[in-house]
Design a protein. Sequence first.
Length: 255
Amino acid sequence: FTASATVKPRSCVDFPGQGNAVALKTIYDINDQPYKVLCYYDGLDVYTLIESFNKTNSLNSKIASSFAVDSPVNEDTTSSTFPLDLYRLSKARMEYLATKSTMFLSTCNVIINPNQFNAASVGHDYIKGSINQNSKRIFFEATWLTAASDNCLSVSGNIFGASFAAKLIPVFSRNDIHLHMSADETKKYCDKHDLQLVSDPALVSACGVRDYPAGAPSTANLFGSYNKCTKDFSCSGNDGSITSWWLGSTAAPIF
């Protein structure tokens, strides 16, 4: 794909058939403004990075909020090293990418080296699902998702070494809490999928960045909001572990 004056790339799917698993590209938003993004290639599935943060920054004020909150950070980076430890697109750019996407993906440590764009490895833990009316509502409309709300998200993935497909999993977020799953809550709500983890209050608190919000439940959070966590989850194994969120589609085969 070659951008021209009339045809501009809008997401990473406009750059199919890359030789590397991860590539740095320039795409254009709804206002025709260019910006750099990371693209991740998983076979014919092509994903555009919308957010990335390390464990410590999961509670950073720019990250600790629902996707429904406009809270961009480092989205127009000009750095020679991509800021994977603290990166988030504006809500407008995310929603526009969602119109170009059919899937979402959250991964742990997908980039082996943030300064090199020629190596990638999906960690032991990831989830993915379809972009549809319900997932768009959960991501971009609902600023407050609790156990009492319609917060069931259909995902497939691998968590703690166990694969699963098309399970409705409860997700939680607030205007000051990032979207996340709870290892203990999954077996209580939605499809009641058991991740086979019972959180030890002392261990999840020791793993956590800090008690925020104060008095939060003693359960290991997954894919965001590591106020309580487990080192058995690769996104929260250490302070520098990276959680990434992506939007993508399946590219047409190149013959």
